[in-house]
Each structure stands twice: as structure tokens, then as C-alpha cells.
Design a protein around this ligand. Structure first.
Ligand code: CDV
Length: 315
């Protein structure tokens, strides 16, 4: 019997710094209504979907950024209408937001809510990009390392809504370890939201490579881990900073089966047959049969590169 789940990537256009949570949530509810009309079971919203991408602003005193974080348990009063509408529609969702815990820790977080309105999972971004101090050489700051701690929950997966689901956030998608850890736990769907500026402020490269890299990492990883990858952008010009769109749904073959065509609020959907993921896991990517872990130890015992010694005789 096939296991088909209709998944939507709910791309959002820019969120201005002064746009309220209520407004952002209303936009998400509009996307949810479209999702209901299209028979969608699960919707993936972007990273930091309730606010502007605030790590682009430097603030000496981090507590002055508290207004961008959600405190206490979800749903907060501003988010409750989103939870209520999703429950009424019987639609699950992934929501990215900045989390400030009771004891003062700050994380870039995503939660997974099932189609009955229950929060089934939480993920905190592991691979934080950018820098922690003001960098005058950059046209835009990317201060995630200032405003967030690396996630402390690992890469869990959840058996829910008929499949095995995992979450990642933005920069995580560039790291093969992200997907492999989850696929070793059987992940059939990996959901991720992102905010990716079109200019790489860390290294000079032509702008078109931003979209190329965005898609190549998700497509290659979907194939190598035999899973669906749902990538949802916050897109367009946000307070003068251009964020790439390109939200997409990738199937386990690595093929893109849905792609956003705008830089605004837009829902793309695909009926994902989770048995396609299972098929890859039982054949080419049957890990139990083919992985050679005796050669992989370096992946977890070492971070930086250690090159072989120079051959001095040849110098
Ligand atoms: N929000 C992000 O994690 N953005 C990074 C940028 C800084 C490269 C990304 O990987 O898209």
C-alpha cells in the first residue's frame, strides 16, 4: 500500500523589521487556506518565519534584541491563531522562530506540529553560519553566532503523519552530516526553512552560485539519503537585503518536483509517495549492506583539515 503525503513548501516574501507577529501569522494563515484547498497534509514555513532576519543587525547588548525571540511555550498568544487554523484544517506544519528559553538561552529553532495540533518535535539549528562580532567589511552582517547558541538537541526524527520526519534549518542543508545522521534513523522527509542572502559576504562568488548551491545540496542529499527534502525560503528584498527564493520539493531520486516561481508568499505542493524513499533505502542506499564504517571514524573525531606532511625531499 502506498503512503502518499501531500506536502507544501509555504515560501514567504520579506518581513519588514516593523512588521508585527500578527501580520506574519495572518500571511501564514492565508497560505494554510491555500494548502487546505489543495488537499495538503503538511506545510513547511521558512526559518525565522515570525520576524525579519534580525541577525543582519548588530546590537552590542544582545538583550536589546529580545523582541525578536519567542519566550515560553508554543503557541504564544500571537501564534495561537496559526495553530488553531492548522488544527481546524487537519494540516501539520514546520515553523521556524527564534527561541529564548526561561533560563536565558537563545536558539534558532523549528518545531513540528502534527495534523491534530500536537507539537511532536523540536529542533535547534546546529550549523550556525556567520560571525559573532561586528564586521565592517560586510555590506550586511550575519550575526547568527552572536544571537544563537549551537543547537543542543542533535538531529532527532519523529514517526508522525504516516512517515519518519526530520528537521534542519538553513545552513544545515549544506552539510552532508545533517542528512546522514537523520537518514541513519530512517528519515523519509527532511524539512528545512532558510533565509539566504544573494550576496555571499564571507567569500567572493558570482550571485548565481547562491541558487545553484541552494539546489545542489538539497538535490544531492535527497538522492544520497533516499529521502524527500522540502526547502522553504523567506525571499525577496527584506529591509534592502535580497534573499534568494527557490523554495523547492525534491524527491529521493534527487529530482526537483516543485519549484517556487516568485519571491513572495507562494505555496508549492507535491504528493510525496514515501515508499519511494523506502525503495532507495532498501537498494542502492541499503546502509546495513554497503556502509564501511571502519573507514569513517575521522568524520566525528576531527573538525579541521589535517593534510599529509609535505614531502621535503621533493621541495
Ligand atoms: N540563515 C542561514 O543559515 N544562511 C546561510 C548563509 C549565511 C550562507 C545559508 O546557508 O544560506
Amino acid at each position: 500500500m502506498s503512503r502518499i503525503i501531500n506536502i507544501g513548501a509555504a515560501q514567504m516574501g520579506p518581513i519588514a523589521p516593523d512588521e508585527s507577529r500578527v501580520s506574519a501569522v495572518n500571511r501564514m494563515i492565508e497560505l494554510l487556506k491555500q494548502a487546505k484547498d489543495r488537499g495538503v497534509n503538511l506545510v513547511v514555513f521558512p526559518e525565522l518565519a515570525l520576524t525579519t532576519f534580525f541577525p543582519r543587525y548588530y546590537e552590542e547588548d544582545i538583550s536589546k534584541m529580545d523582541m525578536h525571540y519567542e519566550r515560553g511555550e508554543m503557541p504564544t498568544p500571537e501564534c495561537k491563531p496559526l495553530f488553531d487554523k492548522a488544527k481546524e484544517f487537519g494540516i501539520g506544519f514546520y515553523l521556524g522562530y527564534a527561541e529564548l528559553t526561561e533560563d536565558g538561552h537563545r536558539f534558532n529553532t523549528a518545531i513540528l506540529v502534527d495534523d491534530t495540533g500536537k507539537i511532536v518535535g523540536k529542533y535547534r539549528k546546529v550549523h550556525l553560519p556567520g560571525h559573532s562580532e561586528y564586521d565592517g567589511k560586510r555590506p550586511w552582517q550575519h550575526l547568527e553566532k552572536r544571537y544563537f547558541e549551537p543547537g543542543d538537541l542533535g538531529f532527532p526524527v519523529w514517526r508522525t503523519m504516516g512517515g519518519i520526519m526530520g528537521m534542519a534549518i538553513c545552513n544545515d542543508r549544506r552539510w552532508p552530516e545533517t542528512y546522514r545522521v537523520m537518514s541513519l534513523k530512517g528519515a523519509e522527509v527532511i524539512m528545512l526553512g532558510y533565509n539566504t542572502p544573494d550576496v555571499n559576504t564571507s567569500a567572493p562568488e558570482p550571485n548565481h552560485l547562491r541558487m545553484f548551491h541552494n539546489h545542489i545540496v538539497m538535490q544531492a542529499s535527497a538522492y544520497q539519503n533516499s529521502c524527500f527534502v522540502i526547502g522553504t525560503a523567506k525571499a525577496g528584498i527584506e529591509d534592502g537585503c535580497m534573499l534568494i527564493g527557490g523554495s523547492c520539493i525534491v524527491q529521493p531520486s534527487g529530482e526537483m518536483v516543485a519549484l517556487a516561481s516568485s519571491l513572495g508568499d507562494e505555496l508549492i505542493t507535491y504528493a510525496c509517495d514515501l515508499d519511494l524513499a523506502k525503495m532507495g533505502k532498501e537498494t542502492v542506499f541499503n546502509y546495513a549492506k554497503h556502509r564501511r564504517i571502519e573507514h569513517y571514524g575521522i568524520i566525528t573525531s576531527q573538525t579541521g583539515v589535517i593534510e599529509p606532511p609535505l614531502d621535503e625531499a621533493a621541495e
